[in-house]
Design a protein around this ligand. Structure first.
Ligand code: COA
Length: 163
């Protein structure tokens, strides 16, 4: 069985991530979407909220499993016994960051291989940071994210307002 891990902070998941997940799951028998904290980014959603949103967004894809982890990706990969990492590349500016991360992971564990899928050009302008900015300033994010993101953000806002 060919398995791979697609790790990310997914804060929130975007249509660009969904495109990578759909294409990667056609290449593998099982794709684990592994939600991690990215310590260098301020988060909008808690890890549990991100996991719930991913489950809602990907419920129809039977090859996908949603999980989360703490600590190093290489340790998580070892624990799962899966040594292929999938990442998406949008623009040239992603390359340096992704290259550094892939090399670091390989230095930490020689059995780890990272493969890159090119993001469909219609999603190359989308990033989780820009979604967060548009959302917090009251703009409409629905064209860029799966429906459960909008639903959950509205629910979280309602809960906050009712406190
Ligand atoms: N289409 C559109 N946007 C995409 C995309 C696609 N196909 N693929 C990625 N992106 C965007 C995301 O929206 C996000 O935007 P942002 O920078 O504005 O937030 C960015 O590209 C990358 O986000 P994401 O894919 O969610 O991953 P990440 O870079 O936040 O994740 C981890 C990094 C979690 C994989 C990494 O930090 C990690 O492995 N952490 C565990 C600790 C560890 O092992 N550290 C050592 C690693 S060297």
């Amino acid at each position: 069985m060919k398995k791979a891990i697609y790790p990310g902070s997914f804060d929130p998941i975007t249509n660009g991530h969904i495109d990578i997940i759909n294409r990667a799951s056609a290449l593998f028998d099982k794709l684990i979407i592994a939600v991690a904290s990215n310590k260098s980014k301020e988060s909008l959603l808690s890890k549990n909220e991100r996991v719930e949103i991913l489950r809602d967004s990907l419920s129809k894809n039977s090859k996908v499993e949603i999980d989360s982890f703490e600590g190093l990706l290489v340790d998580y990969a070892k624990k799962k016994n899966i040594f292929t990492i999938v990442r998406g590349l949008r623009t040239l500016s992603d390359f340096e960051y992704e290259f550094r991360m892939a090399i670091m992971n390989r230095n930490l564990d020689k059995s780890i291989e990272t493969i890159f899928l090119m993001t469909d050009e219609k999603y190359s302008h989308i990033s989780s940071s820009s979604i967060k900015e548009v959302y917090t300033l009251g703009g409409d994010i629905s064209p860029f994210v799966p429906k459960p993101v909008v639903r959950n953000l509205n629910k979280i806002d309602d809960e906050k307002n009712n406190k």
